[in-house]
Design a binder for this molecule. Structure first.
Ligand code: SAM
Length: 471
């Protein structure tokens, strides 16, 4: 039985409720009156529930889709402006005891060399990432209680935060590791992590069990209830995600929203981010072996409808996607992207991109400088800001910043100041020239005179060598 507030996976992600919602969506996909009323509700920018949003996803009336896309673009502008937060993944270890059939790190893959960074290697990777200009990382590891126990992850986090390299430091470490216990989530919280990210892969229980035939990840309920344990452990920024291609996208979209509604209902705060990865080719993985792959068009529709249904939730797109898909999807609602990523263990310290331990093929292989340059030419502000979490603005406190309309006096100047640091320390000559012009133009958008004046002062100080200013 469906129960939003239940702590049992099968009740808050009720299969029956999803099937009924999809039936309702099918029955109403041409019901223009209802669709219009849902779009009107979405315009209030308070989100949609999973049933309403599923109707819009099922709808294929071109004019209505165009309206939804315009609204998504507008909501994105209102909530996130033209800022795009930059990050990079850091692969710590590809040892894994699970049997995930879409992932090359699965235990039975004897092809792939197994590698785990020691602390000197972590430091080398972090120095290489800092030399590119990164300030925010997402650490990634396979699940292996012997090779990658929580103590190892904690030691790595400690190492990462401890490195001061030239003008740089990693200021926010997000963590993407397997579902774990409340006690371990508490330890991650105490280690000062940013967001805890865990992809559901698929919400469809039967498929989930087939796709994860062996290992601890086989346990659907334990995996699906992980975010509740994370929040119980004190982590209030959690990141959801579905691996698109495994199951029917409409099923996943509906369930993803139900998961968000559940977190909001139980913990008073919804997910901080939603990621939208699609299956990619990798060592012994062939994406065409999965039946449910989605076109770029549907992919963009999903992104637009995530933006419309959960306006306060950031959306992340990785380098799994090509430059052209990234361009379109950023416009429709993505707020965070990775750049210059390497998905192999120890990949950043190598001069050439290594492929032997890669988790998936990277489609967007441009350098961070190229991505930053491209974003700015398209009118975006690449932001290296990590202020919210360092100021304690996590969970619902971040949401209230959004809701209070103070973004332009806070996030906007922070983005400009961190971009300026990037331009001074890491950018190519051309990127720096483009960026300096952009910053000058964007300063005009800061409404509060006092904030504007402090921001101008700080930009001058950054030019003179000082670093790390924030509102
Ligand atoms: N091991 C952790 C877990 O079980 O959640 C998380 C880390 S894993 C390195 C990160 C994510 O990569 C997975 O959750 C999965 O969605 C994604 N992934 C795995 N194989 C992939 C593939 N072939 N293409 C694209 N993404 C993939």
């Amino acid at each position: 039985m469906y129960n939003l507030k239940s702590m049992k996976a099968e009740e808050f992600i009720s299969h029956d409720e999803i099937m009924e919602s999809l039936e309702y969506a099918d029955a109403n996909k041409d019901n223009v009156e209802l669709i219009d009323s849902i779009i009107e509700k979405a315009k209030l920018r308070k989100g949609l529930d999973h049933r309403e949003a599923s109707v819009l996803l099922a709808c294929d009336i071109p004019e209505k889709i165009a309206e939804i896309y315009n609204l998504a673009e507008q909501i994105k502008k209102d909530f996130y402006g033209n800022r795009i937060v930059m990050f990079a993944p850091l692969y710590l270890s590809n040892y894994c005891v699970n049997g995930c059939v879409y992932c090359p790190y699965h235990m039975k893959n004897k092809n792939i060399p197994r590698k785990k960074l020691n602390q000197e290697e972590v430091a080398r990777e972090v120095a290489a990432l800092q030399d590119m200009g990164h300030k925010r990382l997402a650490i990634e590891a396979g699940e292996d209680p012997v090779n990658n126990p929580i103590e190892y992850i904690l030691e790595c986090i400690d190492t990462i935060y401890g490195i001061k390299h030239k003008n740089g430091a990693i200021r926010r470490v997000n963590v993407n590791i397997a579902a774990t216990t409340v006690e371990n989530y508490k330890k991650l919280k105490d280690a000062g992590i940013g967001t805890y990210i865990l992809f559901q892969e698929t919400y469809h229980r039967e498929s989930y069990e087939k796709l994860h035939p062996t290992g601890p990840k086989h346990d659907y309920a334990y995996h699906t209830e992980a975010m509740d344990r994370a929040m119980e452990g004190g982590i209030d920024d959690v990141g959801l995600g579905v691996l698109f291609g495994l199951e029917l996208y409409r099923y996943e979209y509906c369930a993803l929203l139900m998961h968000a509604e559940h977190l909001e209902a139980v913990h008073g705060v919804g997910p901080h981010t939603i990621s939208v990865p699609r299956i990619k080719k990798a060592d012994d993985i062939d994406p065409s072996a999965f039946d449910n792959s989605i076109s770029d068009e549907i992919f963009c529709k999903i992104a637009a409808l995530i933006r419309v249904a959960v306006p306060y939730t950031g959306m992340i797109i990785s380098t799994r996607e090509t430059e052209s898909v990234r361009e379109e999807i950023i416009r429709l609602g993505v707020s965070q992207i990775s750049g210059g990523s390497r998905t192999s263990v120890g990949g950043y310290a190598e001069a050439e991109r290594p492929h032997d331990t890669e988790q998936f093929d990277v489609s967007d292989q441009r350098t961070l400088d190229e991505v930053v340059n491209w974003l700015m030419r398209a009118g975006y502000i690449p932001s290296f800001c990590t202020a919210c979490y360092r100021e304690g603005r996590t969970g619902d406190r971040f949401m209230s910043l959004c809701k209070s309309g103070q973004i332009l006096n806070c996030c906007h100047p922070n983005a400009l100041m961190t971009l300026s640091e990037y331009l001074m320390d890491y950018a190519s000559k051309d990127t720096r020239a483009v960026g300096e012009k952009l910053i000058e133009n964007e300063l005009d958008k800061i409404p509060n005179e006092k904030v504007l004046s402090i921001c101008r002062d700080n930009l001058k100080k950054i030019e003179d060598g000082s670093r790390d200013f924030r509102f």
